[in-house]
Design a protein around this ligand. Structure first.
Ligand code: G3P
Ligand code: MG
Length: 252
């Protein structure tokens, strides 16, 4: 499928202005004119795909504990907005389906990053792809990415024609593994999504050599964005998409 990417993708929704990975964040991005958002997908204990980043609830909700041990009903009770600001009290952790409803309503494209809790790489991708195959039609506006090569391979096996994004560096070792090019080619990825704050120019150029779009996360500083733009990076994930848009893409 052709991938129609914008220059800027709202990171975790629009994480600089609304609590990350919430419906409120998706609406905030849409209100700002952002065309795509990136959202993280995990599984509840009872196998419901939800939009959430961390393995533990503590940083972004009003409780603590491993997400993988909480049922959907328990997760539904959590407040995922009050940590961010009073105006977001009561924001919920959305399901994947709820997020898709809002994305379609607002006409946004999306990068779903499969973010499995440890040892749930396969089932998280399977559950997410199962749901998406029934409720998402516009595959030019969908990118499935993951740091987990197991999750990416599941996506490849279940839906070879969908667009996949290869995330670098390795999330544990924080280095680019020796065989990353081989893996990216084997998985037939449509984009390389690299850490733009740590990547070297040589790494960016090696990624560009694969002849697929290169996207950099998470770029909130225009100066860093300018460097990456000069090196040839095609697009950016940002918590503050308006700042990047204004400084990198608006001609004054
Ligand atoms: O998908 C790009 C970026 O979101 C990867 O890092 O930790 O913010 O999910 P993280
Ligand atoms: Mg992410």
């Amino acid at each position: 499928m052709a991938l129609i990417l914008p220059n800027i993708i709202g990171h975790r929704g629009c994480a600089g202005y609304a609590p990350e990975n919430t419906l409120e964040g998706i609406h905030t991005a849409a209100d700002m004119g952002v065309e795509w958002v990136e959202l993280d997908v995990k599984l509840t204990k009872d196998q419901v795909p939800i939009i959430f980043h961390d393995d533990d609830a503590g940083r972004t909700t009003d409780t603590t504990g491993p997400i993988a041990l909480m049922t959907y009903d328990e997760i539904r009770e959590l407040d995922a907005g009050s940590w961010f600001g009073e105006s977001f009290i009561g924001a919920k952790i959305p399901t994947l389906e709820e997020a898709v409803d809002v994305l379609i309503e607002r006409g946004l494209g999306v990068n779903f990053e499969i973010k499995p809790c440890p040892s749930r790489e396969k089932e998280t991708a399977e559950a997410a792809l199962d749901i998406l195959s029934t409720i998402w039609d516009d595959h030019d506006k969908l990118l499935i990415s993951s740091f987990s090569h197991v999750s990416l391979e599941v996506a490849f096996d279940m839906a070879e024609t969908w667009n996949r994004g290869f995330l670098l560096p390795d999330s544990e070792s924080e280095v680019w593994m020796d065989n990353w090019e081989e893996l990216a080619k084997y998985l037939k990825v449509s984009s390389i999504n690299l850490n733009g704050n740590t990547a070297t120019r040589d790494q960016v150029e090696a990624a560009l050599d694969l002849d697929v779009p290169v996207l950099a996360y998470t770029i909130n500083e225009p100066d860093r964005g300018r460097f990456l733009q000069a090196w040839g990076v095609d697009g950016f994930f940002s918590d503050v998409p308006d700042v990047l848009q204004e400084t990198l893409f608006v001609v004054h």
